[in-house]
Write a new protein. Structure first.
Length: 461
């Protein structure tokens, strides 16, 4: 696997052709190696794409981009070209960026595995890249560049030496996934589950599933759709004549099936089955939900011709990544850092990990608001609290107005642990400093904007 690299064999002429734009100034044979959407950051031989947002228009920074080294720029304003860079007039800079990403992916011709879902798509992306790495040189989405802006930039970082690409594809509204599929044209697509993330915009789970399934809108003929066979909505999806449908999970009817799941002090173990093949799998991360992500990865690797045994061996090297259920030693206690983001399903999964891990001291859950859940947000928080009562943390700390409903649900279900409510993380800090002791295990989880990672850092000082 590899990180960011320069674009291959791309000139201004290619950009003009792909975008349908018009070259107003500059040499069409100018080589382009990178794409930037930030006028302050150029890596060298960059195309600068000025995007128009709700509050700002990056066309105002075209001059700054050229001063910082942009070799070419897109522009949708009718204006006189500035000197110092190739100037390409386009109708819409975002559409032009997307067209360039699609064209570059097509020119390289690398097989693409697309990954989406309400929960677990980033972990599934990482595990899938790890499993495919058993035999292939793998390109994968860097950071969280999975949107209609991030995906085309990501795709231009692929190189001709890559043998397969694993691309995370995230959407939050109607029509976005179809556009992502149009750009990526996946041969294989994984859908991890249908939850309630972004239900504020999409209104119902059924709408969310319909949008997620559009990952296959531009799938190559004969491609494979890999679905979570345990998900009550995804299990209703029917096969299509133009694509293969396979399911993974723990239930009857799954083509790739996990059983005998054990969470130990070292990690998570299970038995993976596919037809007559059976393989013991060890993951050096914690939680039964990780098994589902691993099964998706094993299925994707198998579709690409990698035997179960080889893919399982590769997954032993999976280490997780920052702020997603990372186990940290902070002074004399342990932390489960799951602060990257939160949804009802992922919060329940994190609470289950907390309850299953061995600890010398108390189990402490520090939970903050989950956002973008719409008018039913309070109910989803309450349900997390009810679930948490069965996980039995010794101390439950809820941060934020919505998270207070977690405490209510916990107590209503008969949770035995102590519950404390705080409006902000700053208010919670002195109490945490006082109550966390040597040998304790503390889970931190909430939406990214709640910045619980800063609370962990403060406790470490």
């Amino acid at each position: 696997m590899r990180g960011e690299e320069q674009m291959e064999q791309t000139t201004v002429r290619d950009l003009v052709r792909a975008s349908g734009g018009r070259l107003l100034a500059g040499d069409p044979d100018t080589v382009i190696e990178n794409i930037s959407i930030d006028s302050r950051v150029m890596k060298g031989r960059d195309l600068f794409v000025p995007l128009i947002g709700e509050r700002s228009d990056a066309h105002d920074y075209l001059g700054q981009a050229i001063e910082n080294g942009a070799a070419a720029v897109f522009c949708q304003r009718q204006t006189e070209p500035l000197p110092g860079a190739c100037w390409i007039q386009v109708e819409n800079t975002l559409k032009a960026l997307q067209a360039v990403g699609r064209d570059y992916r097509r020119r390289l011709g690398i097989p693409v595995v697309g990954v989406t879902g309400s929960v677990g798509k980033t972990t599934t992306r990482e595990m899938t890249a790890t499993a495919l790495g058993a035999r292939f040189r793998v390109f994968k989405t860097s950071k969280n560049y999975n949107s209609d802006i991030g995906l085309p930039v990501t795709m231009t970082e692929m190189s001709a030496s890559d043998q397969v690409a694993v691309l995370e594809m995230g959407m939050s509204n109607f029509g976005e996934m179809e556009q992502l599929s149009y750009m990526a044209e996946p041969e294989t697509a994984v859908i991890t589950n249908i939850g309630v993330a972004h239900i504020e915009q999409l209104k119902t789970r059924e709408n969310i599933m319909a949008e997620k399934l559009k990952i296959a809108s531009y799938m190559k003929e004969g491609g494979t759709l890999i679905l979570n066979g345990d998900d009550p909505l995804l299990k209703t999806v029917k096969a299509s004549p133009s694509r293969r449908l396979v399911r993974y999970g723990t239930s009857e009817g799954c083509d790739y099936r996990a059983g005998n799941i054990r969470v130990t002090a070292a990690g998570t173990c299970f038995t993976a089955s596919f037809g007559e093949q059976q393989e013991e799998v060890f993951l050096p991360v914690y939680g039964e939900h990780m098994v589902m992500d691993a099964m998706a990865a094993l299925a994707a690797a198998s579709v690409r011709g990698i035997p179960l045994s080889e893919a399982a061996a590769a997954l032993r090297g999976f280490q997780g990544f920052q702020n997603r259920q990372q186990i940290l030693k902070v002074r004399d206690f342990k932390v489960i850092d799951d602060t990257y983001n939160a949804s009802p399903d992922s919060m329940k999964a994190a609470l289950k990990v907390l309850s299953s891990m061995e600890t010398e001291g108390k189990r402490i859950a520090v939970l903050a608001n989950m956002l973008e859940l719409g008018e039913d947000g309070p109910r989803y928080h309450y349900e997390v609290g009810e679930y948490g009562a069965d996980c039995a943390p010794d101390l439950l700390i809820c941060i934020g107005e919505l998270a207070a409903r977690i405490g209510e649900g916990f107590l209503a279900r008969g949770g035995k642990g102590e519950v404390r409510l705080f409006d902000t993380k700053e208010e919670a800090l002195p109490f945490l400093r006082e109550r966390i002791q040597a040998g304790d295990l503390a889970l931190f989880k909430g939406s990214n904007s709640m910045r619980l990672g800063e609370l962990i850092e403060a406790l470490g000082e």
